[in-house]
Design a protein around this ligand. Structure first.
Ligand code: UD1
Length: 441
């Protein structure tokens, strides 16, 4: 797989070594720029399939998921030109000759967001064949909402032998779709399909994550007609040929919240250029209550531990603007160090507490009952050997390791690579004692 990644994403460098070694206790101090959002960049890259004209994306984060999607797009016939800019990577993509051929199973199995190719390819080419997508092992993560919505638009879809076969024999037509839950991916998939489908599509109970608004903004710049952006009901008047566009990816609110937690956990002070408190939704007042001070300044946010120290809070995750499930694990690492107890309830994914056992190895006092984790803060964590179980668990373990006494070794680094743009480099630049090793030393 490495060779296909390096031809599609020449900037991609995996973490060199199998383990991350962190010596905790150093306060993080300095400037740590926030990259473009992974969860915005992925659907934006897929949106290029909707037009034969050039689309340029700026501030694209250099992570493994983006590299895998670049490789998938290349196999579909897209031509890509990457460059490095002050605000991250920029890519110009030409999708004028698309081959909706079978897509590489290995690549798709690495990334859940590859399911977005379904809506875009169906809309542009009238067919799509896709292996069942992979991604984090954090729940059932069905694609039934995606499939039901596309079927309502006239797609014929069968799922057999681990492959999704979809055709639109009479093209896609607008439909009135009610999502059973405000699913981020299903909203994006149906939005991508709807802009080329003939007539009007209404997506009710749509997800409202800022990354969806970012996708809608780019599609609008390409000439799509979308009303209700940022609300629970999107109305799309489809069927207009789309032009090219130039679009800057929204800053990553999850990376921002994670680094703010890291500043507070280490009792440091980080300037986070491009960080946006307004994108955090319910997480902004809750992190503030936990003692993560976030002061908006020109061009970003300064984050540090509040004078009163870290305090236990109760958190319940939910669809935006509720507390982001992607911040649940990093916040748990922080609250493991707070004075008092915290109750963390996960409502979005059914298996998103797999980091708990790893944090316990480091001395965290956490017990899980059903969907709620009860965290009793301890003064300090201790270094241990731990393994990342998903992207956000990886961030949590890094935060815990930055606080812990002694050395923490973190395995499963692919997960960190998947979700974050040069995280290790960024943390080392603000004083973290963090290095990749081969595990022998
Ligand atoms: C996206 C994000 C992920 C984030 C999640 C929730 C990307 C690339 N990933 O994932 O980081 O944690 O939103 O904010 O943007 N569901 C079904 N059937 C479906 C679709 C979803 O049952 O057809 C369920 C899922 O199993 C899950 C819930 O709905 O329990 C929410 O999932 P969804 O919002 O779709 O998450 P993703 O788009 O996969």
């Amino acid at each position: 797989m490495m060779s296909s990644l390096s031809s599609a994403a020449p900037w991609w460098r995996p973490s060199t070594g199998r383990l991350l070694a962190i010596r905790g206790g150093t306060p993080l101090v300095g400037s740590c720029p926030i990259s473009g959002a992974k969860n915005a960049a992925l659907p934006l890259m897929v949106s290029v399939l909707l037009t034969p004209h050039l689309v340029s994306l700026r501030s694209v984060p250099g992570n493994l998921d983006v590299a895998v999607l670049a490789s998938l797009l290349q196999r579909l016939g897209c031509e890509m030109h990457w460059s490095s800019t002050e605000v991250g990577l920029a890519v110009t993509i030409a999708a004028d000759r698309i081959q909706p051929a079978h897509i590489d199973r290995d690549l798709v199995s690495r990334m859940r967001a590859s399911v977005l190719l379904l809506g875009a390819l169906l809309a542009r080419c009238g067919e799509a064949h896709l292996p069942m997508p992979g991604g984090d092992a954090i729940g059932l993560r069905g694609i039934d909402f995606h499939v039901a919505g596309l079927r309502a638009m006239g797609a014929v879809i069968s799922l057999d032998g681990g492959t999704i076969r979809a055709t639109a024999p009479h093209g896609l037509q607008g439909a009135d779709i009610l999502l059973p839950q405000p699913s981020v991916g299903a909203t994006e998939n149906l939005l991508l399909a709807a802009v080329l489908a003939s007539g009007r599509t209404t997506i009710r109970n749509a997800a409202r994550e800022p990354e969806i608004a970012d996708l809608a903004a780019c599609l609008t710049a390409m000439g799509a007609h979308i009303a209700g952006i940022g609300s629970h009901m999107l109305t799309i008047d489809g069927g207009h040929a789309l032009a090219g566009a130039v679009h800057t990816v929204l800053p990553d609110r999850i990376e921002f919240g994670t680094l703010a937690c890291a500043a507070a956990a280490t009792d440091g002070e980080l300037m986070l250029p491009n960080g946006r408190v307004d994108l955090l939704g319910a997480a902004a007042p809750l992190l503030d209550a936990a003692g993560v001070e976030m002061r908006e300044v020109d061009g970003g946010v300064v984050a540090r531990r509040a004078a009163g120290g870290l305090r236990g809070i109760d958190v319940t995750t939910g669809p935006y603007p509720e507390f982001a499930t992607d911040l649940q694990a990093p916040t748990m690492a922080l609250l493991a160090l707070a004075t008092g107890a915290s109750a963390i309830t996960e409502t979005v994914f059914e298996q998103r507490f797999r980091h708990v056992d790893e944090l316990r190895k480091m001395g965290a006092d956490i017990s899980v009952r059903g969907r709620t984790a009860l965290v009793r803060g301890v003064a300090r964590l201790q270094g241990a050997s731990v393994t990342c179980t998903d992207v956000r668990a990886a961030a949590a373990l890094v935060i815990a390791g930055l606080n812990a006494s002694g050395e923490t070794t973190v395995g499963g680094l692919d997960h960190l690579d998947r979700g974050y743009d040069r995280m290790i480099e960024k943390l080392a630049a603000v004083g973290a004692d963090i290095v990749c090793s081969d595990g022998n030393g």
